[in-house]
Ligand binder design. Structure first.
Ligand code: DC
Length: 228
């Protein structure tokens, strides 16, 4: 990291899949006028690029190379999730599928893949500030971040949210299968040896079960305005 980057404020929002991190991080970044890093999209993009290139998920060397070489670009779209271009190809909808999430979670357990993505993630720290969404933002990528949130919600609520999101996008899914997949993915993300999903010791915990998006956004903004 460049020394002048250290003075740029960072808010990290870590938590399990479906906790609303993405929506909340994006809303907070818009309110603050800060940049936004969707680190999960980077892992998803590598998983997808690896499957396009027929790279086996146990071929560590090729996966690490794929993580370094895959060009991922986010193009903002007003009122919608950004367009995600992987090596120039629009993969925005494909990236959101649960198959892609599971592939991301599998390759994310490989230390060489994580290392390959460290600098890419840190390069998002640009003035006037950054909101970074992921699993290890506050623990590994930006341990010096001034503001850290660990966002959780019950597995049932998270499965319901995913269900609605995916249905809206026209995917054929069932709630029970999504719940099973979410519980399995949590276990894998929290149980892996490198950068497991866990709260930074200095993170503020927010349980979003029973809270609306707006309420969580306000709590996070409050944290930035007044400290904890
Ligand atoms: O946030 P998401 O569902 O898009 O993330 C997809 C997977 O990528 C997730 O199951 C684990 C992995 N991931 C990670 O290991 N570290 C991150 N900082 C972000 C995502």
């Amino acid at each position: 990291m460049h020394s002048d980057q250290i003075s740029i404020p960072v808010l990290t929002i870590d938590g399990p899949s479906g906790s609303g991190k993405g929506t909340i991080s994006r809303a907070v970044s818009e309110r603050l006028g800060w940049h936004f890093l969707d680190s999960g999209a980077l892992y998803r993009a590598v998983g997808l690029a690896a499957s396009w290139a027929d790279i086996a998920f146990d071929d560590v060397e090729s996966l690490a190379r794929c993580a370094i070489e895959t060009d991922v670009r986010f193009v903002d779209r007003p009122g919608d999730d950004p367009l995600v271009l992987i090596n120039g190809r629009d993969a925005s909808s494909e990236l959101r599928t649960e198959t892609c999430g599971a592939a991301a979670s599998a390759i994310a357990a490989i230390p060489e893949v994580r290392t390959a993505l460290v600098d890419k993630q840190r390069s998002f720290r640009q003035p006037p500030g950054l909101v970074a969404d992921g699993r290890d933002m506050g623990t590994v990528i930006f341990p010096d971040a001034e503001f850290k949130v660990f966002l959780t919600a019950s597995a049932e609520i998270r499965a319901e949210r995913r269900y609605k999101q995916l249905k809206q996008k026209g995917f054929e899914v069932t709630l029970s299968a999504l719940l099973r997949e979410i519980v399995a993915r949590d276990a894998r993300d929290a149980g892996r040896a490198v950068a497991p999903l866990r709260a930074a010791t200095d993170a503020v915990h927010i349980d979003a079960t029973g809270l609306g998006i707006g309420e969580v956004v306000e709590r996070v903004l409050e944290l930035i305005r007044h400290g904890r």
